[in-house]
Every structure is written in structure tokens, then in C-alpha cells.
Design a protein. Structure first.
Length: 144
């Protein structure tokens, strides 16, 4: 089976984001899954926002990574639950909307959209902008 280059681009984007938010995902996975499920079920999205904000504040500049006000969960009898959080990243003319999927032993990223409001020569250039924006948005990163 061949892979569409567009699929490759989305996989590279997802990996860039996943690598950039690794510590945040690890922090979020420390939260009891039953708490997440309860907050989602009872539509207490402000609680989820507070959890996300406290998990990212040690790693990212204020306002660059945020909870997108939607969440879901997957519960199946034959596997551990998963929590799906809508997330947004915005920094240096790069905006990404993605789902962060938290599972028992790992987290994954599914990119929904990427917008680069800067001169670009194509997908590879957009990925370079994304990687640079993530690096600069991290606390302790040198200013660009």
C-alpha cells in the first residue's frame, strides 16, 4: 500500500507536535482517568481547562498551547480507556488544531488543521515553521 505525500506531511506534523508537548502529555496522564471521564460526562470543561493550563505552564509560554473546549472519551470492554482532548497551538504565525489522545501508556496526536501565516514554499517549509514555533514557544527558549 502506498502512502499519499499529504499523509506523510500530516504524520510529520503530528510527530513534531507530539515531540514538542511530550512533557505536557505525561503530566496530563498523571490525572486519574475517572476524573477526566467524569468532567467530560458532566460537561465540566472549565475543570479540564484548569488541568491543561496547570500541566502546560511549566513548559510553554502563556497562551501558546491551550485546551480547545471539547473533549471525549473512549471506553471499551477489551481495552483501557482513552481521553481525547481538543488542543490548539498558536505562536509566531503558526496555528495548529489537534486532538491529544491520552491512553494508559502513551499519548498520540492527530492534527486537524495547520495554518502558517508566513511566506512558505510548500509543506516542508510549513513543517520547518511549525518546529521553530514550537521550540520558541517552550519556556527557556531563546527569543526569535
Amino acid at each position: 500500500m502506498s502512502v499519499d505525500s499529504r499523509d506523510d506531511d500530516f504524520a510529520i506534523r503530528a510527530k513534531a507536535i507530539a515531540d514538542g508537548i511530550r512533557e505536557v502529555a505525561a503530566e496530563l496522564r498523571l490525572i486519574n482517568v475517572a476524573d477526566f471521564i467524569s468532567f467530560i460526562h458532566l460537561e465540566q470543561f472549565g475543570n479540564i481547562r484548569d488541568i491543561v493550563n496547570s500541566s502546560m505552564e511549566l513548559y510553554f509560554k502563556h497562551g501558546t498551547l491551550s485546551y480547545g473546549c471539547a473533549a471525549d472519551y473512549e471506553i471499551e470492554w477489551d481495552r483501557p480507556p482513552a481521553i481525547i482532548l481538543d488542543m490548539d497551538f498558536h505562536h509566531h504565525h503558526v496555528t495548529v488544531s489537534f486532538n491529544l489522545v491520552l491512553r494508559d501508556c502513551h499519548a498520540t496526536v492527530v492534527v486537524r488543521s495547520l495554518s502558517v501565516d508566513a511566506p512558505s514554499d510548500g509543506p516542508e517549509d510549513d513543517i520547518r515553521h511549525l518546529v521553530a514555533a514550537i521550540a520558541d514557544a517552550r519556556l527557556g527558549a531563546p527569543a526569535v
